[in-house]
Design a protein around this ligand. Structure first.
Ligand code: COA
Length: 148
């Protein structure tokens, strides 16, 4: 089956919440996704679909010439298959087409798997936010990648 990357629609949110619950101890609420998809003109959210099943998603904000990744998650049963890589490559392509010059994200200091993914995609660590994550006061690494 072909993996499709499509703009997130309101009707995708049930499937996105399933992914979200399998990925994070404090998942985003339904309302957070609704307001991003419906109300935020700066938000670019995409889902990865295998047939009717949502297996991952990525969210970002495009502000002037910078993109900020707000979240990325892949269902635990569909990891290490390149889904996140395809979601990022899609964002890079959309970003370049929309004048984005650089792209940033935060990642938990302990999330080595995600850090490895980001380094492979060309992100580099540029700084740290102390106690950024409120659930356990964990530090965030700040990573950037130049797109152009
Ligand atoms: C991080 C996450 C999005 C990666 O998704 P994925 O679709 O499995 O990633 P990919 O298959 O595109 O991975 C590509 C490469 O990144 C690296 N990588 C990805 N996940 C990794 C892990 N858990 N451990 C080590 N390396 C990893 C590997 O180099 C991998 O290539 P390989 O499988 O050939 O070794 C997924 O594990 C996830 O949803 N985790 C929980 C949520 C989360 O942590 N999100 C990030 C918040 S900042």
């Amino acid at each position: 089956m072909v993996l499709l990357i499509l703009p997130m629609q309101l009707q995708d949110i049930d499937g996105v919440l399933e992914v979200e619950k399998g990925c994070f101890p404090t998942p985003w609420s339904r309302n957070s996704f609704i307001s991003e998809v419906r109300d935020n003109d700066d938000a670019y959210y995409y889902v990865a679909k295998l047939g009717d099943k949502i297996v991952g998603y990525i969210g970002s904000w495009f502000i002037l010439d910078e993109a900020h990744i707000t979240n990325v998650a892949v269902h635990p049963s569909f990891r290490r298959l390149g889904v996140a890589t395809q979601l990022f490559n899609f964002i890079f392509t959309v970003g370049r087409a929309n004048g984005i010059n650089s792209i940033t994200l935060e990642v938990r200091k302990s999330n080595y798997g995600a850090q490895r993914l980001y380094r492979r995609l060309g992100f580099v660590v540029t700084g740290m936010r102390k106690g950024y994550y409120q659930d356990n006061n964990e530090d965030a690494l700040i990573m950037w990648k130049r797109l152009k």
